[in-house]
Design a protein around this ligand. Structure first.
Ligand code: NAP
Length: 251
């Protein structure tokens, strides 16, 4: 692949929706930086598969809830690829099912630190590299939100829903802030997607239990969400910024 190929950094790219973004990005000709938090085996297997598919990919360990990790992740992208064209702010967590009157301060701080501040700090680093006002060539940022932002997650995870509400406001504000600097900023809001995130929140049966509330009567696949993300990254979306594309089966 040519050294001029576009470069995308996908946070939380080792598994789930992020991994599907990495696969489609390689198909579209991007070189891919695959960030992960702790599941090194999943990220390494993905990078191997991307290489076998003819792509160029690099796994980068780093917790987006930690600013020092974010700085060293972007420096690694600089050193390895020498450019950055797109950021997909995909890393995100849920927590155990709980009501607000049961949530600890530590839980809320973790939720906001990873889902909100992590995405904002990654966007900051991407803007420093891509903005034409910083000498960059422009680029695209796609933030992964959730339709939970408008449903609210009552009795389950209002904290998570609120973190995604923050992502929605951040998307609009940053999009307008850097629209004249060659950077487009958009969000994708998935509905229920079949990944391991539900089991990580103690609800391994959530997809099966909830699919009946979806007008399409099924969960989405990671590829269906990734396709929307890839479009927003692409030149086909050249006049689209500040948008929030719901990929939720009509829910
Ligand atoms: P997932 O299957 O649980 O995968 C999460 C990925 O994020 C993993 O690669 C994980 O790394 C990484 N990650 C978690 N915490 C991180 C941290 N602190 N720093 C860096 N990476 C971290 O999740 P998913 O379902 O694909 O979700 C991806 C995004 O879509 C999230 O923002 C989520 O909120 C959003 N979303 C998902 C759904 C759904 O139904 N699945 C619906 C709406 C929105 P390791 O592999 O190292 O653990």
């Amino acid at each position: 692949m040519s050294g001029a190929a576009r470069v995308v950094l996908v946070t939380g790219g080792g598994r789930g929706i992020g991994a599907a973004v990495c696969r489609l990005a390689v198909e579209a000709g991007y070189r891919v930086a695959v960030n992960y938090a702790s599941n090194e085996a999943a990220a390494a297997a993905l990078v191997r598969a991307l290489g076998e598919a003819g792509g160029e990919a690099l796994a980068i360990k780093g917790d987006v809830g930690n600013e020092a990790d974010i700085l060293s992740m972007f420096e690694k992208v600089d050193r390895t690829f020498g450019r950055l064209d797109a950021l997909v702010n995909n890393a995100g967590v849920v927590d155990q099912r709980a009501r607000v009157d049961e949530m600890s301060g530590a839980r809320l701080e973790r939720m906001m630190r990873i889902n909100v501040i992590g995405s904002m700090l990654c966007a900051r680093e991407a803007v420093k590299r891509m903005s034409t006002s910083h000498g960059g060539k422009g680029g695209a940022i796609v933030n992964i939100s959730s339709i939970a932002a408008r449903i609210g997650g009552p009795g389950e995870y209002v904290d998570y829903a609120a973190s995604k509400g923050a992502i929605d406001s951040f998307t609009i504000g940053l999009a307008r802030e850097v629209a004249g600097e060659g950077i487009r900023v958009n969000a994708v809001s998935p509905g229920i997607v079949d990944t391991e995130i539900h089991a990580s929140g103690g609800q391994p049966d959530r997809v099966e239990r909830m699919r009946h509330v979806v007008p399409m009567q099924r969960a989405g696949t990671t590829e269906e969400v990734a396709a929307a993300i890839l479009w927003l990254m692409s030149d086909g979306a050249s006049y689209t910024t500040g948008a929030n594309l719901e990929v939720s089966g009509g829910r």
